[in-house]
Design a protein around this ligand. Structure first.
Ligand code: ZN
Ligand code: ZN
Ligand code: ZN
Length: 134
């Protein structure tokens, strides 16, 4: 892994206006994140480019927290679009809050909106028990 410098790193970013997405122009991982080696970051190598961008801006990483893309653009490395979240908050940010019965967030996408998978399964089980569904 070749050594990166802040200049090299930002040189491969399409830096737009402060509020816009800054897209990584280098190669992407299969998950759609930019990945680079960055020796100064105390992290397993290679690291995601948005983590590097955060590091270069704040010179530390929030311990045990995930950096969530508020803009949901995985190529984006704009620190203003990154939000440190606990792993639990991170799941919630992606899958929404718990259902009215307080199940773990696990949503089914239906044409008329999302449905809690656990509630859906319970409803089907109850219907079967009543003999409504054969
Ligand atoms: Zn963005
Ligand atoms: Zn996220
Ligand atoms: Zn539910």
């Amino acid at each position: 892994m070749h050594r990166n410098t802040p200049e090299k790193f930002w040189g491969r970013v399409d830096r737009n206006a402060p509020g816009e997405c800054w897209e990584w122009l280098g190669s992407l991982s299969t998950e759609g994140y930019g990945q680079v080696g960055y020796a100064e970051i105390p992290h397993t190598q290679p690291v995601s480019t948005h983590v590097v961008a955060w590091w270069l801006t704040y010179h530390s990483l929030p311990k045990g927290l995930h950096l969530h893309h508020v803009c949901e653009n995985r190529r984006c490395v704009n620190p203003a679009h990154l939000q440190p979240l606990t792993p639990r908050e991170h799941i919630r940010a992606h899958y929404g809050d718990r259902c009215i019965r307080n199940h773990e967030p696990n949503w089914l996408q239906r044409p008329n909106g999302r449905v809690c998978r656990t509630c859906d399964a319970e409803r089907k089980r109850a219907a079967r028990a009543r003999g409504a569904v054969k």
